[in-house]
Design a protein around this ligand. Structure first.
Ligand SMILES: C[S@@+](CC[C@H](N)C(=O)[O-])C[C@H]1O[C@@H](n2cnc3c(N)ncnc32)[C@H](O)[C@@H]1O
Length: 284
């Protein structure tokens, strides 16, 4: 008897569990079903007892081999979900994370003005500015990244999602993209924040596939990006403007102290859904 779609699914989930958690394994397997068979979850549950289509076996196997080599599913299919939208990704850009969706949600919940000028520093796939623009079409949104390869993908994502964003290449450690009378109401950033010394503790799917330019900060100064973001904000935030940064849970107090030393005020640490310190916000 030929094997069913369900047995292919279950076998893949079991193999993935050697690398990922149970929940992650299942959601990756659903993404494979969607990509290979073009089935939604509903269509899968309706058809799971059907024989697995012969013509799709090769594609399924190829994906399985890459997944079991720890390659993230999003790089294999070239796409990631974020805030209900689709973003193209390749190995130049970080795969957008759920914690960052919480950052977008916080900004939306705290900023209801019609007109806001906002800057995202280190934009990666463009997930933050594009998601914000889809909800606040009148906002004037800028985004920077040090890498032109990254900005290419971000620009494609803005176009695909029909979101008008101004992208500029800029190094936050030596910023030249904006003159001093260019002010923002909101500055947001999810900068690289993992000290390189943590690399040995990281999963292969992250350290071997995601761009190190997006992940790591130097061991001798892991807060270097926050220091430059704070100095940039001193010049470029409007009075009472707000700075939001995503952080490493270990560095909440250090980032807060650094912001205080840079004369930022109303500093708040905000936990993510897993109760880990994840966002620091401050006013100028
Ligand atoms: C952690 S990723 C965040 C990407 C995206 N904002 C997200 O949340 O998924 C950090 C980003 O900062 C960029 N980056 C690294 N060094 C930078 C620098 N000196 N100036 C500006 N951007 C930088 C990287 O290319 C990367 O896209």
């Amino acid at each position: 008897m030929s094997e069913t779609i369900n047995s292919y699914f279950n076998q893949l989930v079991n193999k993935l569990k050697t690398i990922y958690s149970d929940n992650e394994s299942e959601s990756i397997a659903f993404m494979v079903v969607e990509h290979v068979l073009n089935y939604s979850k509903f269509r899968y549950s309706e058809n799971r007892s059907q024989p697995f289509p012969k013509t799709k076996k090769g594609k399924w196997k190829t994906l399985e081999i890459r997944l079991l080599n720890s390659e993230p599913i999003q790089y294999i299919i070239g796409e990631a979900d974020f805030f209900g939208l689709k973003f193209k990704v390749n190995n130049n850009v970080l795969i957008p994370r759920q914690e960052t969706e919480e950052l977008v949600q916080l900004i939306l919940s705290e900023n209801n003005s019609e007109k806001i000028k906002l800057l995202d520093i280190g934009t990666g796939s463009g997930c933050i500015p594009v998601s914000l623009k889809k909800k606040r079409n009148n906002w004037d949104i800028y985004a920077t990244d040090i890498s032109n390869n990254v900005l290419k993908i971000a620009t494609e994502n803005a176009t695909e999602n029909n979101a008008e964003i101004t992208f500029l290449q800029d190094d936050i450690c030596n910023s030249v993209a904006f003159n001093s009378d260019n002010k923002f109401d909101v500055i947001v950033s999810n900068p690289p924040y993992i000290p390189i010394m943590e690399i040995d503790k990281m999963h292969r799917n992250v350290k071997d596939f995601e761009p190190h330019l997006a992940l790591f900060s130097p061991d001798d100064n892991p807060l270097i990006f926050y220091q430059h973001i704070a100095e940039f904000s001193q010049i470029h935030l409007n009075k009472n403007g707000t700075l939001y940064v995503e952080i490493h849970e270990k560095f909440a107090n250090e980032v807060s102290r650094l912001f205080k030393n840079k004369e930022l005020k109303n500093i708040n640490i905000i936990n993510d859904i897993n109760e880990k310190a994840r966002i620091v916000k401050a006013n100028y």
